[in-house]
Design a protein around this ligand. Sequence first.
Ligand code: ZN
Length: 150
Amino acid sequence: MYIDLSFYKELKERFKAPGDFAMAYVVAHEVGHHVQTLLGTSQKVHALRSKVDETSYNAATVKLELQADYYAGVWAHHQKNAGYLDVGDLNEALTAANAIGDDTLQMQARGYVVPESFTHGTSEQRKRWFKNGYKNGTIQGGDTFNAKEL
Ligand SMILES: [Zn+2]
């Protein structure tokens, strides 16, 4: 797993999402991608790249990313059960998820949003899927690809 450590500085200073659990959320999200690789989900999405138009591919990528957020929530669920979560930890993760939603980032960068270009999901979606994982605590509940609502 590779994490650009300067992103943590950005998370704290530019995105105003400080805290150890904000950082843990980022790691858990990346581990979520590893789980997706083990399950073959990442490969399925990446194979679409040459088969569908960019908007459809972006939509599939959003599902992959929201599932990684869900898996991060599953991890957080088990950390809580093991007694490792401090008061405020969950909010640190949600603040981070909120800060790096596509709509929030695009609004900050250019003052408007282009939903077709989203690759990670909105702030609301990222928070919600993390929370879903945190609530459920199981991999099975995170099928963003067949969810009625993303
Ligand atoms: Zn990701």
